[in-house]
Structure formats: structure tokens, C-alpha cells
Design a protein around this ligand. Structure first.
Ligand code: FHN
Length: 597
């Protein structure tokens, strides 16, 4: 009995861990809701990393410095006295606030978050707190934040400030600089916090009109009390100003996902992901690893379909120009968004916990938007919609010509199918959006079910994790299980099958992080419908997930099973051995059942 109770507790603990990305809904807070109203509508914003680091642009004393551009001072351990001299060279005469704001607006972005002070400690506005600022220390002498505030006000874009409230490599007591100053634990952080961070944030909230949000970052040495203090200060000075998730100690108004981390599963709290367009935030002259336009559109839709905001970065040059590759991409995203804005701005997440293989879904009262990335040809079939679809049409078509529609159902099997007739080629290869008018709120089957192509995809983030010793499997933002090092841990899924037959079982694994070593050499067993299928995880078959193009995924074909009846089934994945030389253990994205023709 005691053992049963302990296992139940362990199971609960592991399930909670596995749900790390599915944060609990916040306690009701009407003030917060009011602040977040515009931001929830927005869905899309521009991040701007601009500062002295644009001058070296990734190169120091003739040497390329690896890593993100705005970290050059840290990466090259540049002494404060040397780095300070960049200010004399910073003269961004080509800066034009109205052009930047217009570009953001044309891209369909609703807010701009710009670095008012990054970790290098240099204020990009006229500050009375420290003369280490763009007005007092550069030949430029202008205050670009004043100009941006005016341009944003004119264009109806919310101006927001990034402010590095803990790291400040210019100050002896700020966090992060241990090449000029003592290690962080020897610093009087409170002195820096009181003397620079708080007064500068006060300036930003006093001198630039209404500010949409303060984007704090890397809290590091911040105590809970300091996080509460600065959050309170923001809300006192401007009650409508949002505080970002990275203020520290969960004091922010919303959750900030990790850099470039896009959640694939359901997230219950308000969230935002900051994303680079190439590999750096601050300008680097040799970074040309630009994400293609279709990837950017897909990221925007994926984030919206999970109820988040997409904060897409640009890193202007030391002359004050947004790099041309960024401009071109923003214009292209804007063109797509102009035709499909209704499906993104103010949209709510997909009602399904899993993602369809042809694309993604967003919703608004009475409507479902089907974002079709993989055009299926003359017909698209969607399972699981119980609503009666009153009309289906392509969103980008002004006339909204109805598409032929057929719905079928077998309620005893919880089977609902909606098929629409389509033009043979995708009207928009990036993402053609089809609207389903459904009259009321979406009513869908949320259980895992076989899809129209006959495949069943059992995502790791939707698994029930059965603990062996209780060692922790966690699910990352890609929905990939990691930390699976204990072969006694297992995963189990319930799913519904409509078409009995023979299925090939494929385990999809993923490198646990970018450039990670191989994830192979594990032995697993799949158990389903009384059959046991042993197999090995290998890296023979690599593929790219377009929404995470920099991560490697692998198919391991484990063999075939026969499922002879329609209805409810259960599948378990049990490792036999996990190769402990592999860092991170077994990294599972999903198990697929593919029909054998
Ligand atoms: O260290 C910073 C980094 O330079 C950049 O500003 C990103 C943007 O989200 N935030 C920190 C790292 O997460």
C-alpha cells in the first residue's frame, strides 16, 4: 500500500516536471489583464539590439570574435577603458526613426522593443544618471529614443524598452564583468541597482511618454525583493507598462521563453519568444546565416497557434541602418501578413493539443484558421472538428469564394471529418490560410487520434510519463523529452484508431541541443495491442523540422505491428538500455505509427 502511494507521488512529481512548459494559469489579476490587453492582441513585435557593439561588429583588433555580437566586450574580455572608446566612433548619422518604425509597421509588427541599455552598460538615450550615454559620449549627440518615441506615437506602434537591470559590464558592482572587477559574489550589487539600474529605469518611464513594456533580461544577482521593487516601480510610474518575464523570480507579467525557443505544445500562461533573424542579436558583419522567409512566417504562425508573441530581432549597424537582408525579410513577412492578418492579430491558440502535419491552426470567435504549409493537392481533410462548418474559404481571397465542403461523423468512435475541395496548387506557398466559419466556439476532439493520412503521431509532450526510479524527464520548448537517462522510465500514450491495419513504428529522436553529439545507441521496446517490438535508436535517417531548422532530428524504424480493431489503443515505449555515454540520454520527439500500404 505504502509502495503504491510512493509510486503515485513519484508519478505526480514526474508528471509535474514533464509539464514544465505548461505553466499553471496565473491567479486572476485584473490590473495585469488590463496591461496585457494590447500585447495579447499584438502577437508580433520587433526586437532591436543596437549599441556600441555595432561598431566592432564582431571583430576585435582584427580578430573575429565568436558568439553573439552584443557580447563582444565579454567574449574578448575588453577592458572598460578600451571599450569606452567605441563611443567616440559611434555616429549613426543614417539613423531614421520614422523609417525603422515604418518598416516594423509594414511588417505587421505592433510593438518595438529596443535596447535602451544592454549588458555593456552604455545607455542609448540621454541619461542624467550616467554620462556613459549616446547624447553625452558620442559625436552623434542625438537621443534616438526621443525620436523613436515620436515616430511610434505617430504610427500607432507601442514603444518598449529593453533594459539590462542586473548585468552591467561597465560598472564595478554590476553583474558580469569579472575581467576588470572582482567576481560577482564580491560585488555590492545593491549599490549598482540603487545607483544606476533603478534611476535609469525611472528616467525611461518618465521622459519618453507611455511605454508599452520594459524588457528586463538575465536577472542573475537580482533578489526576489529587488525584482519586486523594480516591478513595483514600473507599475507605479506607468500602471499600464508591462514587465517582461525575465525581471526575475516570476515577477513579470508574462513568461519569456528561451532565446529562439518556440513552444510546440499548449502553454497556459501568456508568453513570448525572442528570435534572431540570423545568429546574432547585435550587428555582426560576418553573420549571414539568415533564416528564410518561409521559416519566419512559420515561426510566427506556430507561436500564434500556441497563444504566444513573436519578438523578431534586427541588429542595426553603427551607421544606424537596419541590414538589408532583415529589411527584405520583414517586407516579405509583411506582405503575407497583410493578406492574412485576421488569422494572427488578436487570434487565439489552436484548440488541438497536437499539431496537424499539413500545418497549424489559430482561432477567433466563430472561426478557425487553417494555416496550410504542406499543400495537399485537391483536397484537405481535417479530423476532430465537432462543430458544423458553415462555410470554408481562402482568407487571402477578397471575395471569400466558398470551398466545397463535406462533413462526416461516427460519434461512437469519436470520429469527425471535414473535407474541403482545393485549387490544385497552393495559392500561397508560404502559408495559404483557409477559414472555417463554425458559428461558435471550437468544439474538437482533443484526444490523440489517427490523422487523415492514416498516420498516428504520439508526441513526447503529450505522453504520460511512467517513472521507474523517478529520475527526471523534462520536456523542452520543442516538445522533446530530454534527461531520459534512466531505462526504468517509460512513456505511454492513449490514442484512437479508425483504420485497422499494419503500421510501421518510427521513433523520432532529436539532438538535445544545437550541435549536440549523436543521440543513438539506445535499445527500446514498443508495446502495443499485445505486441512487443524491440529496436535500436539510430541516426541513420536524419531530417530537418522546418520550424526548428537548426536542430537535427532522426527517424529510427523499429518494425511493424498489426492493429486489428478500431477504437481506443495504448502504446508504451520502454527503454531496454540507454547509452550513458550520450549526454542527455534518450531525446524523444515522438513515436509515429505509419500505415503500411
Ligand atoms: O544576454 C542576452 C543576449 O545578449 C540577448 O539580449 C538576448 C535576447 O533575448 N537575451 C540575453 C540572453 O538570453
Amino acid at each position: 500500500m505504502r509502495q503504491v502511494r510512493i509510486s503515485a507521488l513519484l508519478l505526480l512529481a514526474v508528471m509535474l516536471l514533464s509539464q514544465a512548459l505548461v505553466a499553471q494559469p496565473a491567479a486572476p489579476d485584473p490590473e495585469r489583464d488590463k496591461r496585457l490587453q494590447w500585447w495579447r492582441e499584438a502577437r508580433f513585435g520587433m526586437f532591436v539590439h543596437w549599441g556600441l557593439y555595432a561598431v566592432p561588429a564582431g571583430e576585435w583588433k582584427g580578430q573575429p570574435i565568436a558568439g553573439i555580437g552584443e557580447w563582444i566586450m565579454n567574449r574578448a574580455k575588453i577592458p572598460v577603458k578600451e571599450y569606452e572608446q567605441l563611443a567616440a566612433q559611434f555616429n549613426p548619422v543614417k539613423f531614421n526613426a520614422e523609417q525603422w518604425v515604418q518598416l516594423a509597421k509594414d511588417a505587421g509588427m505592433k510593438y518595438i522593443v529596443i535596447t535602451s541599455k544592454h549588458h555593456d552598460g552604455f545607455a542609448m538615450y540621454g541619461s542624467k544618471v550616467s554620462r556613459y550615454n549616446i547624447v553625452d559620449a558620442t559625436p552623434f549627440k542625438r537621443d534616438p529614443m526621443k525620436e523613436l518615441a515620436a515616430a511610434c506615437r505617430k504610427a500607432g506602434i507601442k514603444l518598449c524598452f529593453y533594459y539590462s537591470h542586473a548585468q552591467d559590464w561597465h560598472e564595478p558592482d554590476g553583474a558580469g564583468n569579472n575581467w576588470d572587477f572582482p567576481p560577482d559574489e564580491k560585488k555590492d550589487f545593491a549599490r549598482y541597482f540603487e545607483a544606476k539600474a533603478k534611476p535609469q529605469v525611472r528616467e525611461l518611464l518618465t521622459n519618453y511618454g507611455p511605454i508599452g513594456l520594459i524588457w528586463f533580461d538575465t536577472p542573475r544577482l537580482i533578489t526576489a525583493e529587488q525584482a519586486r521593487d523594480i516591478t513595483g516601480m514600473v507599475h507605479t510610474l506607468q500602471p499600464n507598462c508591462i514587465v517582461s518575464g525575465r525581471v526575475g523570480h516570476n515577477m513579470g507579467d508574462y513568461d519569456s521563453a528561451g532565446d529562439n525557443q518556440i513552444s510546440v505544445g499548449v502553454v497556459k500562461r501568456d508568453w513570448e519568444t525572442p528570435v534572431t533573424m540570423n545568429d546574432t542579436w547585435g550587428f555582426k558583419k560576418d553573420d549571414s546565416n539568415w533564416k528564410p522567409v518561409p521559416v519566419l512566417i512559420k515561426q510566427l504562425v506556430r507561436i500564434a497557434s500556441r497563444g504566444g508573441n513573436y519578438l523578431l530581432n534586427v541588429g542595426p549597424t553603427a551607421e544606424g541602418e537596419i541590414p538589408q537582408p532583415s529589411v527584405e525579410r520583414l517586407r516579405a513577412v509583411g506582405q503575407w501578413l497583410r493578406a492574412n492578418n485576421e488569422s494572427i492579430t488578436g487570434a487565439s491558440p489552436s484548440p488541438f493539443p497536437y499539431n496537424q502535419d499539413w500545418g497549424l491552426i489559430t482561432t477567433k470567435p466563430g472561426k478557425m484558421y487553417l494555416h496550410v504549409f504542406e499543400w495537399p493537392g485537391r483536397q484537405l481533410t481535417v479530423y476532430g472538428i465537432r462543430n458544423r462548418v458553415q462555410k470554408a474559404y481562402l482568407l487571402a481571397e477578397a471575395a471569400g469564394t466558398p470551398l466545397a465542403l463535406k462533413q462526416e461523423s461516427k460519434p461512437d468512435l469519436d470520429f469527425y471529418s471535414a473535407s474541403i475541395g482545393l485549387p490544385p496548387a497552393a495559392p500561397d506557398p508560404n502559408d495559404a490560410v483557409i477559414v472555417f466559419e463554425i458559428g461558435g466556439q471550437p468544439d474538437v476532439v482533443t484526444a490523440l487520434t489517427q490523422q487523415p493520412d492514416g498516420a498516428v503521431t504520439l508526441e513526447a509532450y503529450l505522453a504520460e510519463i511512467q517513472p521507474g526510479s523517478g529520475a527526471g524527464i523534462t520536456i523542452d520548448n520543442r516538445g522533446v523529452a530530454s534527461g531520459w537517462t534512466n531505462p526504468k522510465d517509460a512513456m505511454k500514450w492513449d490514442f484512437k484508431l479508425f483504420r485497422p491495419g499494419t503500421y510501421e513504428i518510427v521513433a523520432v529522436t532529436a539532438a538535445p541541443f544545437r550541435n549536440a553529439g549523436l543521440d543513438a545507441g539506445h535499445q527500446v521496446t514498443v508495446e502495443v495491442a499485445g505486441q512487443r517490438l524491440p529496436g535500436a535508436i539510430s541516426q541513420a535517417e536524419e531530417f530537418v523540422d522546418p520550424s526548428n531548422p537548426r536542430m537535427r532530428y532522426y527517424n529510427s524504424r523499429l518494425g511493424r505491428v498489426t492493429l486489428s480493431k478500431a477504437g481506443a489503443h495504448q502504446l508504451a515505449l520502454k527503454p531496454q538500455s540507454i547509452d550513458s555515454r550520450r549526454k542527455g540520454g534518450l531525446s524523444l520527439a515522438s513515436i509515429k505509427l505509419l500505415p503500411v500500404k
